[in-house]
Design a protein around this ligand. Structure first.
Ligand SMILES: O=P(O)(O)OC[C@H]1O[C@](O)(CO)[C@@H](O)[C@@H]1O
Length: 559
């Protein structure tokens, strides 16, 4: 039996001043791992014929089968004990309450307020933020409908046919992922594009052949300081003006999403055309805020609200369900187990839904920007590895690319399979074929193929070694009925809370991202130096100096 929250060790004094790996709850897992690590998934299933029916949990329309992990009931009990020791329930409640859990930036991390029902009270610095959230949602809905219906006119009186989101990181990855995921629900007749990279090719290709008179840009930047986004926005402005020839055109072709009204106004966008968000929304947790404006334009306000309902259903499950039956908690704790105890350094995210093709990229930021940390929230070096490296591709494409390594490589890779029981676009038996591949891959990874089994199939003896698949590779399988807006919301919230759970165990601040600053500062300095055509000596290391000189030499037009 899986024990629940009131286990004996959870009543021990909180030893949080000890490094994680010295906690008795961690040590208990180390001992437990030693005692069971030689067992194979084949044996786990043979010993317990009901394992696949038992080790599952359902929430918000999602079904998680976690039976193909190398765990026993005791593993789960010990992991839940660890979560108790680390104060997961208290930290979770603090997040939902709006406490400043982003300690290094002294802010709340209140993405859950973005999908809270209108009658809920969530107070940040003395103000209930929920009415503000709903007021912005209503403005977004009004604007989205005006674009979709053609009521919003461009400077020359033409309706908008192209909407381009300019933003990067959390101001692009969520919207583009959701746009792709919900293509089935998108408005026909509107062309939606995304420009993120400071590489000029991105903007040039995204605008090639478009008419500025029919094009709306959404400049999406929480800070409105991000150089990539502002540079692209300026170039987009110049592109628009080159065709429209009138500064006044900007008003009907540019809107902004930001916390920074002053910078938006300084850029030349009327603050009346700005959609607000708040500093308590982290960039990578913002796809359900006004950052999702382009998503709402694509799928319409009703579907956007259905997506929020999916988020909310998973929030409620995470907030109220005992840890041992709590889907995001279990996912987070299994991730800790696979990473810190089994040594799986990477997580492959494998959606068997082509429309989720940007989901692995979205999860890369969510997971690695949140949990790629080397010190605890109080500044001590962490004692265990933090975020796994997240990567992935949709199945079946990935199967014909990197699955060889998953099955027979020397590294252990944890896998998350994601699939849906019904296709949005049924076509003969193609969906069955797709899902057959998902089930086959997770089965093959878990159980492999022994030399003995190969021999009974009269395989050439000389090739048996090459054909053996050892199996015992852990995976989760997530199933939902269909890839609807609701299911997408639930799925994203599931991963948000799983990432949170892992961050609590490691005692890191999952909501800051100081590591990305150093490169930004250096780039600012280098760009000035690249522009300097004098022969002033460069003062970087010899590698950087040589690369810069070579670049300066080659970028000159041949005379
Ligand atoms: O929305 P902004 O402020 O332009 O930031 C974009 C992205 O840049 C980052 O700050 C990292 O550089 C991300 O956290 C964020 O999502």
């Amino acid at each position: 039996m899986i024990r629940t929250e009131s286990s004996a060790s959870s009543r021990l004094p909180n030893p949080s001043t000890l490094p994680l790996i010295q906690l008795p709850a961690w040590q208990a897992l180390v001992d437990h791992h030693r005692s069971m690590s030689a067992r194979h998934l084949r044996q786990f299933f043979a010993d317990d014929p009901q394992r696949g029916e038992r080790l599952q949990v359902e929430a918000a329309g999602l079904y998680l089968d976690f039976s193909k992990n190398r765990i026993t009931d005791e593993t789960l009990t010990l992991l839940v004990d660890l979560a108790e020791h680390c104060g997961l329930r208290e930290r979770r409640d603090a997040m939902f309450r709006g406490d400043p859990i982003n300690t290094t930036e002294k802010r709340a991390a209140l993405h859950t307020a973005l999908r809270a029902p209108a009658d809920v009270n969530i107070v940040v610095e003395g103000v209930n933020v929920v009415p503000q959230v709903h007021a912005v949602l209503d403005r977004m809905a009004d604007f989205a409908e005006r674009i979709r219906s053609g009521e919003w006119r461009g400077h020359t009186g033409k309706p908008i046919r192209n909407v381009i989101n300019i933003g990067i990181g959390g101001s692009e990855l969520g919207p583009v992922m959701a746009y792709e995921a919900l293509r089935h629900y998108s408005q026909a007749g509107l062309h939606l594009g995304f420009v993120s990279n400071i590489d000029p090719n991105d903007l040039v290709e995204a605008t090639r052949g478009l008419e500025a008179a029919e094009t709306l840009f959404i400049v999406c930047s929480k800070s409105f300081h991000t150089i990539d986004t502002l540079t692209n926005a300026r170039a987009a402005r110049a592109w628009s003006l080159a065709q429209l020839g009138d500064e006044r055109a900007i008003a009907s072709h540019f809107v902004a999403v930001s916390t920074n009204t002053e910078a938006v106004a300084a850029f030349g966008i009327d603050p009346a055309h700005m959609f607000a968000l708040w500093d308590w929304v982290g960039g990578r947790y913002s796809m359900d805020s006004a950052i999702g404006l382009i998503t709402m334009i694509a799928v319409g306000p009703e579907h956007f609200r259905a997506m929020l309902a999916g988020f909310r259903a998973m929030d409620e499950h995470f907030h109220s369900t005992p840890l041992a039956r709590n889907m995001p908690v279990l996912m987070g704790l299994l991730a800790i187990w696979n990473n810190n105890f089994l040594g799986a350094e990477t997580l492959a995210v494998l959606p068997y839904a082509h429309d989720l093709k940007r989901f692995p990229a979205y999860l890369q930021q969510l997971t690695m920007e949140s949990n790629g940390k080397h010190v605890t929230a109080t500044g001590q070096a962490v004692s265990a590895s933090t975020s796994p490296i997240v990567w992935g591709e949709p199945g079946t494409n990935g199967q014909h690319s990197f699955f060889q390594l998953l099955h027979q490589g020397t590294r252990l890779v944890a896998c998350d399979f994601i699939g849906f029981s019904r296709s949005q676009n049924p076509l003969a038996d193609q969906h069955d074929l797709l899902m057959a591949n998902l089930f086959a891959q997770s089965e093959a990874l878990a159980f492999g193929k022994t030399a003995q089994a190969l021999m009974t199939e009269s395989v050439d003896e000389a090739r048996v070694a090459q054909r053996v698949c050892k199996g015992n590779r852990p995976s989760n399988t997530l199933l939902a009925e269909r890839l609807t807006p609701y299911a997408l919301g639930a799925l994203v919230a599931l991963y948000e809370h799983s990432v949170f759970t892992q961050g609590v165990i490691w005692n890191i601040d999952s909501f800051d991202q100081w590591g990305v600053e150093l490169g930004k500062v250096l780039a600012q300095r280098i760009v000035t130096e690249l522009a300097d055509t004098s022969d002033a000596p460069l003062t970087h290391d010899s590698s950087t100096n040589t690369l810069m000189r070579r670049y300066q030499g080659q970028r000159k037009e041949p005379s």
